[in-house]
Design a binder for this molecule. Structure first.
Ligand SMILES: [Cu+2]
Length: 426
């Protein structure tokens, strides 16, 4: 930062880089302070994930890798070389949590997943999320930093808040361990906050929720309206402005004020891909031996009659979305990770602005034949969980139904066993 340069225009990207490199600290304090802080950060980054000794079960280690890759949609299949270029966070297997960065680059660079993994976090634990910036295969010229910003989280210290202008960003090829102490249960979202208009639209976002201490409830102390549930499903709502993705892939400038989405997605897929189970997405075989996909999260809702179904819905698109399940009334019990208590409301349409979340419960109706379809679990009645705006039920220029749409499948009594995890389909 001390080298002499010819003056040039300083972009927003440059300012963010300064935040990530510690130069911001130099501006704020003396050089000795800066050296101390900067060196400490380097030591922290070199260690796997620094943590104090803790009781077993009271802490959790997660590692997320930031990189790029391609996503597949109807009309834009990766197998046809037409995937949509994206950025994102992907998880690593538990035995790779402490792996060296060069190994991770070899194995995962360019193998993005979208959305970022669902993080289901117990309340009151010590949570460590190590984020590693692997860089981009398609854009080696972009040395962007990344951050993790946990949207709506009450963070006592901005160091771990991930807003690069007032905090730390993770430069290319580096690690940073984020620390969180989740005390307020509910549904949140997390995303990269570096060049955030671009990086969020490019795919660096996911759902994180804090589990209540009361098993099977979305919130503790929920006497005003029960939040008990039998099954839960998370939904990350987004739109895709594919023109911007194509511009980034091809090193073209992009005018974000021209934002005009042409795909509308839940959990990184548009209908009919949304109803496929975890490993059925077509054209997804370029990834790691075919057992992990770039868009691994199914949006299919499967339930027995009478089950209480919890929908954790978050919106990190740039449009407001209005969601409906025609034929099934919904009860909104939580909003932006807060229990609504006696302010809960019944609704046929759920409105979510950008950055908003809702916890929604419904009781699955009875199964009444004849079936609307049959899948591996058996015959079912079908309901639609969809955006009420028909112009968002399309895929680009493809004909037919698509977009922000999935199915609720209700089977005869006793068909499904207990759910083993959020969004788990059978
Ligand atoms: Cu980023």
């Amino acid at each position: 930062m001390t080298e002499k340069r010819t003056p040039r225009r300083v972009s927003r990207r440059d300012i963010l880089k300064l935040g990530g490199s510690g130069a911001l600290l130099a501006l704020m304090g003396g050089s000795g302070l800066n050296r101390l802080l900067h060196n400490d950060l380097r030591v922290a980054a070199a260690a796997p994930v620094p943590r104090p000794a803790l009781q077993p079960g009271s802490s959790m280690d997660i590692r997320l890798l930031a990189t790029d890759g391609w996503m597949g949609f109807p009309g834009r299949r990766r197998a046809a070389g037409e995937g949509i270029y994206s950025f994102g966070f992907r998880p690593v297997a538990a035995n790779e949590t402490y792996a060296k960065i060069d190994k991770l680059i070899q194995k995962y660079k360019g193998k993005v997943t979208w959305p970022a993994p669902i993080l289901a976090i117990p309340k009151d634990i010590d949570l460590y999320i190590a984020m590693t910036n692997l860089g981009f295969v398609q854009r080696p010229d972009l040395d962007d930093s990344h951050t993790i910003h946990w949207h709506g989280f009450r963070n006592p210290n901005s160091v771990f808040d991930g807003v690069p202008e007032v905090s730390i960003a993770v430069p290319l090829g580096r690690n940073f361990p984020y620390y969180f102490k989740p005390r307020d249960e509910g549904t949140y979202m997390y995303h990269c906050h570096f060049e955030d208009v671009e990086h969020v639209q490019m795919g660096m976002d996911g759902v994180v929720y804090i589990e209540a201490n009361t098993p099977g409830h979305a919130y503790d102390n929920d006497s005003a309206i029960s939040t008990a549930f039998d099954r839960q499903f998370t939904f990350m709502l987004n739109e895709i402005y594919s023109h911007a993705h194509d511009n980034l892939e091809n090193v073209q400038e992009n005018l974000w004020s021209d934002y005009k989405a042409d795909y509308w997605v839940m959990n990184g897929r548009s209908y009919p891909d949304t109803v496929l189970r975890d490993q059925e997405l077509p054209g997804s075989d370029f990834d790691l031996g075919g057992d992990l996909y770039s868009q691994p999260i199914s949006s299919l809702i499967q339930t027995n009659p009478g089950d209480r179904v919890l929908l954790r819905i978050a919106n990190l698109g740039y449009e407001q979305h209005a969601m409906q399940i025609p034929g099934i009334p919904m009860t909104v019990v939580g909003q932006d990770a807060s229990y609504l208590g006696s302010n809960y409301y019944e609704a046929t349409t759920i409105y979510l602005g950008p950055g908003e979340a809702r916890d929604v419960l419904f009781t699955a109706p009875n199964y009444s034949g004849p079936p609307d379809g049959t899948d591996g679990a058996g015959p079912y009645n079908r309901y639609w969980f969809r955006n009420r705006n028909a112009q968002r039920l399309i895929n680009g220029t493809e004909s037919g139904l698509g977009g922000m749409l999935t199915e609720v499948r209700v089977y005869p009594v006793g068909t499904l066993g207990a759910q083993t995890g959020p969004n788990k389909t059978f």
